[in-house]
Design a protein around this ligand. Structure first.
Ligand code: FES
Length: 356
């Protein structure tokens, strides 16, 4: 693009030569301007587009309640959760139809005559306000809004009914998290006395001799493998652990956790206490476990305390022992909730550096 130097206006002359108004492009006659049958057809199309929105809103609500959340369907070689798929399709299509209807209405039926409103000071005088109202009424009459009551009615109804899926979706916030409910859900994992520790990769039960000093293994409770679908994923998200073996003479073991390890083998939650990323970046020499998300660093040789980063709580430790068959098993569930902090959480039992 080139600029004609002679057309540039010097700064001192700017007030005398305001920027010219580019205006609207010249009106191109539309088929609906001259053909009343075409205008009626466009009118019916707009009403039909808005009219489909309530049906989709109802379909959204039906899908929300009627389709189980753990039902998966194969599509294009991969599997999708049917409930989420239907909510996305019906909700997205409803909003799309509102947009399409509005665009179709504006392009085919509304007037595209340019209406100029000059700028005035903030407080207009009475004569100007009266002139504005007169101009506005003329514009409304020109756009045919008052004659197209069906369009306004269907648009109002379509936008109003879209509030229903939004309100229904609030149920996904879940039930009110009372102390009893938390104790049975987010504060409880599959670990309990006697549950065997298994290797996360090959799902085999672990014996102490399977781990060498300095080694870290990702682990899961044996009873996890009895579960399927969403239940499996939910349980795994809370139960995942890292199992490390260190020389017992090189680590700090507080009095209260003296019998929580088996010959230097310790188990910790794998879920970062910052915002819940899974962790297993292991620095063998320093005994530090590093979270890749925001670099929180936990000292597994000192009961999992935080030595760096934004995490505010130590990694929960799982008390271990060996069962009669020689496998590593849990002594109990974690003694504190795993995962990120939440505002109702009781932090009194969290381990802090220096606790006995
Ligand atoms: S989630 Fe681990 S540091 Fe943020």
């Amino acid at each position: 693009m080139s600029i004609d130097h002679d057309s540039l206006v010097p700064v001192e002359d700017a007030a005398a030569h305001p920027v010219p108004n580019p205006g609207l492009e010249q009106h191109v006659p539309r088929y609906t301007d001259d053909d009343s049958a075409a205008a009626k057809r466009a009118y019916r199309q707009v009403v039909a587009l808005f009219g489909l929105v309530p049906l989709l809103a109802i379909a959204f609500v039906v899908a929300y309640f009627a389709v189980p959340q753990d039902l998966w369907v194969p599509i294009l070689g991969t599997v999708w959760p049917l409930n989420t798929l239907l909510l996305g399709l019906t909700g997205g299509l409803a909003v799309l139809l509102v947009g399409l209807g509005a665009v179709h209405w504006a392009r085919q039926l509304m007037s595209d005559h340019e209406v100029v409103e000059e700028r005035h000071s903030a407080a207009s005088d009475a004569a100007t306000r009266a002139a504005f109202v007169e101009k506005l009424n003329a514009g409304i009459a020109d756009a045919g809004v008052s004659r197209r009551g069906m369009i306004l009615g269907s648009l109002g109804g379509a936008l109003g009914i879209l509030a229903v899926p939004a309100i229904v979706s609030l149920a996904d916030m879940g039930p009110w998290p009372t102390a009893d409910l938390r104790a049975e859900t987010i504060e409880k994992t599959l670990w309990t006395e006697g549950v065997v520790l298994c290797n996360d990769v090959n799902e085999r039960p672990l014996r102490p001799e399977d781990l060498e000093i300095g080694q870290l293994v990702n682990g899961e409770p044996e009873n996890l493998f009895d579960l399927e679908g969403a239940e499996y994923l939910r349980a795994k998200a809370k139960s995942a652990i890292v199992i490390v073996r260190m020389d017992p003479n090189t680590i700090k073991i507080p009095e209260s956790r003296r019998d929580w390890h088996v010959g230097g083998i310790l188990a910790y939650s794998k879920i970062c206490t910052h915002v819940g990323c899974p962790i297993s970046l292991w620095e063998q020499q320093t005994h530090h476990l590093l979270c890749p998300c925001h670099q929180s660093t936990f000292d597994l040789g000192n009961s999992g305390v935080v030595v760096f980063g934004p995490a505010a709580r130590s990694l929960p430790q799982l008390p271990l022992k060996v069962n009669a068959e020689g496998y590593l098993v849990a002594q109990s569930d974690f003694t504190v909730p795993v995962g990120p902090s939440f505002f109702e959480r009781d932090s009194r039992n969290d381990y802090k550096d220096g606790d006995r």
